[in-house]
Ligand binder design. Sequence first.
Ligand SMILES: Nc1ncnc2c1ncn2[C@@H]1O[C@H](COP(=O)(O)OP(=O)(O)O)[C@@H](O)[C@H]1O
Ligand SMILES: [Mg+2]
Length: 378
Amino acid sequence: MTNPFFITGIIPEPYFCDREKETQQLVRVIENKAHILLTSARRMGKTQLIYHLYEQPAIKMAYHTFYVDIFPTTSLHEMVLFLSKEIYSKIVPKGKKALKFFLNTIKSLTGSLGYDPVTGTPSFDVKLGDIQNPELTLQEIFAYLEAADKPCIFSIDEFQQITHYPEKNVEALLRTYIQRMNNCLFIFAGSNRHILENMFNSSARPFYNSTEQFHLERISKEVYTDFAIQRIHDEDKAITPEAVSLAYDMFEGHTYYVHHILHNAFANANPQKTMEEEDIRKALDEILETRGRSFANTMNKLNFKQKETLVAIAKEGKARGVTSVAFVKKHALKSASSVQYAITTLLEDQLLTYEDDGKQKIYSVADRFFGYWLVKNY
Ligand SMILES: Nc1ncnc2c1ncn2[C@@H]1O[C@H](COP(=O)(O)OP(=O)(O)O)[C@@H](O)[C@H]1O
Ligand SMILES: [Mg+2]
């Protein structure tokens, strides 16, 4: 039996839910040779959508596809390492000739790349210190993509990271190279909508007006409910529509969280009995229990003002007017300025997130499970 709710790895058909319209739109933009900016809240499904796009016959046959997540990187050196490693891993299965062509193009790394002399198998042993001139290596990587025998699509996920690199000219540098390329389209993706939209929509910035933009929303409740009922049915179990509806509403359709609850509920389900709302509540309790230790550790690292601010926001769910007298008073906080200060650091640590409704910022706890845990324990 397969648990149809995948919470890690690449999701195979038929366990990938919906995104039909979005996939078609992306294919069309690619066919029109435009670069793409894809944003959404964390864990809404950007990365999965990119993998799904790569599996479409129109894309799979016609393009070489690459994907890197640069979230862990804090310098251009690391980004260059990630890009070259990704290309290398896609080239190796294609055989020696392809690899040789790659090695001949990425000359600045040739000393560190190649065949293991003992086993004869290809090895990628580039260390950060080997990348002495990241700009040069980057230029070579792009030259390689330009010369590839098919057009390429390169997705760079969590692209907002480049704004934290110490090198000052990274945006301009990338933009300059990318502008000159004819054989490679880029998908820039990321969760920090604010940083990314600034980067791509301000006329003073290098990437201004260089992409078609998509903001990925939640999957609709009807579509998700049909999907969940059908997938569970296919595994000879059953669930009531009310139970799926509860899971969806608990997290406002935020894909990963809804999916995770159903994953656990399915794993615990008794095949003789239809899953009900009670099973959904139990699945949530179980997840909060499992993650409790790590949530407690997170709380441990915060100071008192950060904690009280985080808890106040968790209790509101969606917190508006956080620096108003009413909010400060309701949650017995010290002052508007201390709340503001705490929020700044909580945002930096990605414990909080916000939406902007045009008038004000609406804050919420970034990890929805953590939000529930805080409400339960404080
Ligand atoms: N279309 C989908 N079908 C099924 N599960 C999905 C889908 N999109 C997202 N998920 C679930 O949500 C999780 C997070 O998705 P991911 O693409 O990593 O989000 P993001 O890149 O936006 O942070 C996945 O691991 C999977 O459990
Ligand atoms: Mg992602």
